[in-house]
Design a protein around this ligand. Structure first.
Ligand code: AMP
Ligand code: MG
Length: 319
């Protein structure tokens, strides 16, 4: 198993030697390596078993650094950076050649973010390179929101996990790109759309629903727990599973017709932020419950509910 600790200097030393370290961010834990070191980047793909056509997000400590990595910053991107960094937003911008093609899967753009976590902020300050860091889980599986989640799945493949406590957002970053100067959301995430639109006006959403492996990073099926998860209206779905042991992942209210100990509620008080924080940890908990399958309820399509529903849909076997 990996060592779990809070030694930022040790994390920096390992990263400088080209090793991988799991790092806390406000969204989910990342599997980090030197973004300028092709071997380190290659081992990120290998450790996660992630296909190389799925590009990585590059993490830096501040906007000044980002300017070193990107060729151009559209004015709307500047507005977004100033408002939402550090924070759960990733921008896709034209890359400079210093970013290896391996990081971007050969695309001429790079996804960049300034994460908001004091430990990772301090770590980045100690480094003179940015960190390529996808979520620290095997490809296709639920993202980790605690150091222990990382250890459970990647502990035998990495040396060190920097423990920054449970993540405070719980969903991956919202990814925004620009096409002909127009902003487009490629992935819903921890920064909700309405907050973005309040700042810059209406934004188009182009979510990748493709199951075509040639489309970088846009696989439809993702975030899946170890048991089949069905997403939708539990009252309707339940009729298909007579005789099965059913688990229920709900928003606020339990189902009367199921035993309470097979149910988890994301936020009994109806807080979507709390629901986001709990989502991935709860999906993992069902693996230890005596259930054959999970029915997951659709949340209200407002605020973070949209991103949560997106994750549940991608985790599901039925939609
Ligand atoms: P993650 O799995 O959280 O590391 O997220 C990485 C995701 O960011 C990829 O799966 C892509 O969807 C997206 N991404 C990264 N780089 C680019 C890029 N250059 N253009 C478009 N999307 C990108
Ligand atoms: Mg991921």
């Amino acid at each position: 198993m990996a060592e779990i600790g809070t030694d930022i200097q040790k994390a920096a030393r390992l990263l400088k030697r080209g090793k991988l370290v799991a790092i806390p961010t406000e969204t989910v834990y990342g599997l980090a390596g030197n973004a300028f070191n092709e071997e380190a980047v290659l081992s990120i793909f290998e450790t996660k078993n992630r296909p190389q056509f799925d590009p990585l997000i590059v993490h830096s400590s501040g906007v000044e650094w980002i300017k070193e990595h990107v060729a151009e910053i559209p004015s709307l991107a500047k507005t977004l950076m100033d408002e939402f960094w550090p924070g759960p937003m990733t921008l896709v911008l034209p890359k400079k050649s210093i970013i290896p093609d391996l990081v971007t899967s050969g695309l001429d753009s790079v996804a960049v973010r300034v994460p908001k976590h004091p430990m990772t902020h301090d770590l980045l300050q100690l480094l003179d390179f940015p960190l390529a860091a996808p979520s620290a889980n095997p490809f296709g599986y639920v993202s980790p929101t605690t150091a222990q989640h990382v250890n459970d799945q990647l502990g035998d493949k990495i040396d060190y996990i920097l423990d920054g406590g449970p993540t405070t957002v719980g969903l991956e970053s919202t990814i925004i790109g620009f096409e002909y100067g127009k902003p487009i959301i490629y992935r819903l995430g921890g920064l909700s759309m309405d907050v973005i639109e309040d700042l810059i006006g209406p934004v188009e959403v182009s979510l990748n629903q493709s199951s075509d492996p040639k489309a970088p990073g846009m696989l439809k099926s993702h975030y899946a727990p170890g048991k089949p998860l069905y997403f939708g209206n539990p009252g309707e779905m339940i009729t298909d599973f007579e005789g099965k042991r059913i688990g229920f992942l709900g928003f606020m209210t339990r189902l009367e017709f199921l035993p309470p100990n097979r149910q988890l509620l994301l936020s009994p008080r109806g807080d979507l932020h709390e629901a986001a924080v709990n989502l991935f940890a709860f999906m993992r908990q069902f693996e230890k419950f005596p259930v054959d399958l999970i029915l997951a309820e659709r949340l209200p399509e407002i605020g973070l509910g949209k991103a949560i529903n997106d994750r549940l849909r991608r985790a599901s076997v039925n939609s």
